[in-house]
Design a protein around this ligand. Structure first.
Ligand SMILES: [Zn+2]
Ligand SMILES: [Zn+2]
Length: 186
């Protein structure tokens, strides 16, 4: 069995966090890492105790949802809340950070940004990262580790099996297939 790389491990964590997002427009996850240890994580969502976009719809102004705090901000704020230094730390984000998050990351002393997906990469953010000597690296998540795709695969297999169930397939064979699918997508 091959060992998962640090990059894939931390990026997977960000993708998992993104699944906790409550904003229906975009699901983003961020993991702050220091010395190969996860020190904080965040996803884009409402303030604690606030209403969720997933329940009430997004609050859109100028084509942006203003209800949510971005994943990177949430991760940084978690550090602020609990007094964890971010100086010299690295961050793994599912999407290229927006301009506001870019500035916050630089100001928080983040030294390296790993991102999985290009997302409206703002040229000024790219320039600011460069100026601040923050290195930016693209790390695509391995397909086999893509938790969202895994969900898709599971749903696809389930729908195939449900279709199969409507044919005159042997019940025992069918149950064995269901069991196998369940084991694959635990
Ligand atoms: Zn929203
Ligand atoms: Zn942002």
């Amino acid at each position: 069995m091959s060992r998962i790389s640090w990059n894939q491990y931390f990026m997977s964590q960000s993708h998992l966090l993104a699944l906790r997002s409550t904003c229906t427009r975009l699901a983003v996850g961020a993991t702050i890492v220091r010395d190969k240890r996860i020190i904080a994580g965040g996803y884009n969502g409402s303030i604690a105790g606030g209403v969720h976009c997933s329940d009430e719809g997004c609050y859109v102004i100028d084509n942006h949802c203003v209800r949510t705090i971005h994943a990177e901000m949430n991760a940084l704020l978690q550090c602020a809340k609990f007094g964890v230094p971010t100086q010299g730390a690295e961050i793994y984000v599912t999407h290229f950070p927006c301009l506001q998050c870019c500035k916050a990351l630089i100001q928080g002393g983040i030294k390296k940004v790993y991102y999985a997906v290009d997302y409206k990469n703002h040229p000024y953010a790219v320039e600011l990262f460069k100026q601040a000597n923050v290195s930016v690296e693209h790390v695509a998540l391995d397909n086999s580790l893509d938790v969202e795709k895994n969900q898709e695969k599971h749903e696809f297999i389930s729908s195939l099996l449900d279709k199969l169930a409507k044919t005159d397939i042997d019940e025992e064979v069918l149950q064995a297939l269901y069991k196998k699918a369940d084991l694959l997508f635990l």
